[in-house]
Ligand binder design. Structure first.
Ligand code: BES
Ligand code: ZN
Ligand code: ZN
Length: 496
């Protein structure tokens, strides 16, 4: 798909569809919408008067052969209340418009921004919305004859003076959205097509392509480094584990500036191990590598966007299987840090592999740590599929991430992790245990466990169990992997 900036007057655009958006307000026919109305001989005012067009969020009105326009169609999208207008809504509208038109076999369209919206940020949001919306999860469907695709999006409403800003936004948006789709492709792979070995190969190929340093630790190296927590999860599977390490090291990094460590959980399939999961819904556990795939995708975007801070990405990858050699409830393991862990439930495996991942990232020189993981069912209970759960040990660092999440249009909600919760993981027979002995606060327990390995370094944990997989298609997003948190993390790193 191509995305270009178009500065020609909208009425002269020869396109399959001209798209614009209007607000839900007493008079929605204002500004550029009034100009459209004038060009189209009062058509928009008529539609508003009749009550057919109200401006309600994601209301679609398609007009064929609109008089006064060169476009074959006019698509009006409701943008909701003007007071609530922001980049996140613009991103959704652009994405939803693409999917609406694509489903009707439209091949190209022009997206006309409103007065005041001809900015770099808006162009970036439109590009992100369009590319993310264009992604489908049909890789393994053999019948492609009804496949539809949009080939060209022209972003219009910019003047020649605004062209440079607009084009910069489009190119940034494209880079970020393509990285997000790369992550989604990985998450979409079933576990028979994506073992830890294959994930490592794909990550290595991406890194080499992008000009990033990469090292893949195999099971022998993992054992040499005494990564006992990762090994304990891997021992039940015939598939060997991998530790994926990708480094972005800019020549212009200021001495003393932070080194960001991005650690992602990549369990390519989580059966629960000996604490086995129920069969119902277990197929979804192929997405249990989404945290790792997100971090690998972030690195792909950073390689092109070139921030001025060093970033180290560490992705522990394994299957969690109930094999003859699998670890058993009550087993005591020694993590790479030397801490001993009583494994009371083998299904709480994500925190085990992250323990070694976080410790290793610190050892490699990371000063600021962020982990992402499909860690707990409890975060789904707390926040559903709407917000990512955010846990942070340093409020200034966490505030920076939350600001990035707003800018990136990814909803995140901070959860508590004060010292009162430390008791939840206090061990009876080892230093710590991997689940709480009491009830409640399951997502917090998981976060507290990982925090043990971050030590005094500023650290953030993102629980994406509820948000990494979209159970039902949305107007702007296909069913399946979302690639959530990637845009936020790219924004955060770029803000240094
Ligand atoms: N991968 C799961 C988290 C998960 C569970 C995501 C359900 C989506 C839906 C994780 O490894 C896990 O199994 N966590 C357990 C922890 C429990 C044993 C303390 C959970 O949440 O049930
Ligand atoms: Zn599990
Ligand atoms: Zn898991």
């Amino acid at each position: 798909m191509q995305i270009t900036l178009e500065t020609k007057p909208f009425a002269t655009l020869e396109t399959d569809a001209l798209v614009s958006y209007l607000f839900e307000e007493s008079d929605p026919v204002q500004g550029r919408i009034a100009e459209l109305d004038q060009a189209a001989a009062g058509l928009l005012r008529k539609l508003v008067k009749s009550g057919e067009v109200t401006g309600k969020t994601l209301e679609f009105t398609l007009v064929h052969a609109p008089a006064g326009l060169k476009a074959a169609r006019l698509l009006l999208v409701g943008a909701g209340k003007r007071e609530q207008w922001n980049g996140a809504t613009l991103r959704k509208i652009a994405g939803a418009a693409l999917r609406y038109l694509k489903s009707r076999s439209v091949k190209n369209f022009a997206f006309l921004v409103r007065e005041g919206d001809a900015t770099e940020d808006a162009a970036q949001a439109i590009a992100e919305g369009a590319f993310v919306a264009a992604f489908e999860t049909d890789k393994y469907k053999t019948d492609k004859k009804n496949d539809k695709s949009v080939d060209l999006v022209a972003v219009a409403g910019y003047s020649e003076a605004e062209r440079a800003a607009g084009e910069k936004g489009l190119s940034k948006g494209r880079i970020i959205a393509e990285a997000q789709n790369f992550t989604r492709e990985l998450v979409n792979e079933p576990s028979n097509k994506l073992t830890p070995t294959i994930l490592a190969q794909k990550a290595e190929a991406m890194a080499k392509d992008a000009g990033l340093s990469v090292e893949i630790l195999d099971e022998k190296k993992i054992a040499d480094l005494k990564m006992g927590a990762l090994l304990s999860v891997a021992q039940g599977s015939v598939e060997p584990p991998r530790m994926i390490v990708i480094t972005y090291n800019p020549p212009n990094a200021k001495p003393g500036s932070p080194v960001i460590g991005l650690v992602g959980k990549a369990v390519t399939f989580d059966t629960g191990g000996i604490s086995i999961k129920p069969a119902d819904g277990m197929e979804k556990m192929k997405y249990d590598m989404a945290g790792g795939a997100t971090m690998i995708g972030v690195m792909r975007a950073l390689a092109t966007l070139k921030p001025s801070v060093k970033v180290i990405c560490v992705v522990p990858s394994t299957e969690n299987m109930p094999g003859g050699r699998a670890q058993k409830p009550g087993d005591i393991q020694t993590a790479m840090s030397g801490k001993t862990i009583e494994v009371l439930n083998t299904d709480a495996e994500g925190r085990l592999i992250l323990a070694d991942g976080v410790h290793y990232a610190k050892q490699l020189g990371a000063t600021h740590l962020i982990d992402a993981a499909t860690l707990t069912g409890a975060i789904v209970v707390a926040l559903a599929g709407i917000n990512v759960g955010v846990f942070g040990s340093d409020q200034a660092f966490t505030d920076k991430l939350l600001a990035s999440s707003k800018a990136a249009g990814e909803k995140m909600w901070q959860m508590p992790i004060d010292d009162d919760y430390r008791e939840f993981i206090k061990g009876s027979f080892a230093d710590i245990q991997n689940i709480s002995s009491g009830k409640g606060g399951g997502a917090i327990t998981g976060a507290m466990f990982i925090k043990e390995f971050a030590g005094d370094s500023p650290w953030i944990h993102l629980d994406i169990a509820g948000t990494a997989w979209n159970d039902d298609a949305k107007p702007w997003l296909a069913k399946g992997p979302t690639g959530v948190a990637l845009r936020t993390l790219v924004h955060l790193v770029m803000s240094y």
